[in-house]
Design a protein around this ligand. Structure first.
Ligand code: ADP
Ligand code: 5GP
Length: 207
């Protein structure tokens, strides 16, 4: 179910300095790999990562306030009730993820180009709110079999979680055409180069 917050419009639609780059994809497509590459290797784009809140526990080396703000389910629900989210989704059962309004507004005001790594519904919602200020990119894997291989070799989720992610992938793939651009991540070097070209085109002011 989609949960865009009702009363955010007046706050977020005001003119802001930075732009928004939205990346969505089924889990395992290589979205984080491409986003991290852009952020680390392309300082000329002045990118800042939008740190979401989630009710899932940290995995691997993840730290609070870096990859996510890790909240308990009760803390997450409290923020929903206080209208603190620009959008949020129950991406997997009992696993909530959401974009905090305050976080995005601060980053845009500081002139940063804000990068979102969000699920397909969240991506469409953020694009709808921000229109031409946002570029939405769908990272498409070559196949569902390849997604499975990548999730297994990433080795960060147990078998049950991998099956949950794959079960969702088919529905997520059907959202691809709602995005501004589709970026196929088959050969990684090619996908990175295409991502750079897309950002360059979007962020370079017209003469
Ligand atoms: P996502 O953020 O979309 O869930 P990740 O970036 O974590 O996906 O990538 C999932 C796994 O696939 C990682 O182990 C990553 O190193 C690997 N990977 C990413 N892109 C490719 C690619 N083009 N070819 C092969 N493996 C890839
Ligand atoms: P993961 O558990 O792999 O970090 O993320 C699971 C999914 O949640 C990914 O598709 C990721 O893009 C999505 N996600 C992360 N943050 C947000 C958010 O703030 N909003 C929404 N809608 N999805 C998010």
């Amino acid at each position: 179910m989609s949960h865009p917050t009702q009363n955010h419009g007046a706050n977020v639609a005001t003119p802001t300095k930075g732009k928004l780059l939205i990346f969505s994809a089924p889990s395992g497509s290589g979205k984080s790999t491409i986003v991290q590459y852009l952020m680390q290797e392309h300082p000329e784009f002045h990118l800042a990562f939008s740190i979401s809140a989630t009710s899932r526990p940290p995995r691997g080396q993840e730290r609070h306030g870096v990859e996510y703000f890790f909240l308990t389910p009760a803390e997450f629900k409290e923020k929903i009730e206080h209208g603190e989210f620009l959008e949020y989704e129950e991406v997997y059962q009992d696993r909530f993820y959401g974009t905090l309004k305050s976080q995005v507004e601060q980053q845009l005001e500081a002139g940063q180009n804000v990068v979102f790594d969000v699920d397909v519904k969240g991506g469409c919602n953020i694009k709808k709110f921000y229109g031409d200020k946002a570029l939405s990119i769908f990272i498409q894997p070559p196949s569902v079999d390849e997604l499975r291989r990548r999730l297994v070799s990433r080795a960060t989720d147990d078998a049950e979680q991998i099956e949950r992610r794959l079960a969702k992938a088919e529905e997520e793939m059907s959202y691809a055409t709602r995005f501004d651009k589709i970026l196929v991540n088959d050969d990684l070097a090619t996908a990175k180069a295409e991502a750079v070209a897309l950002l360059h085109e979007f962020l370079t002011p017209n003469p």
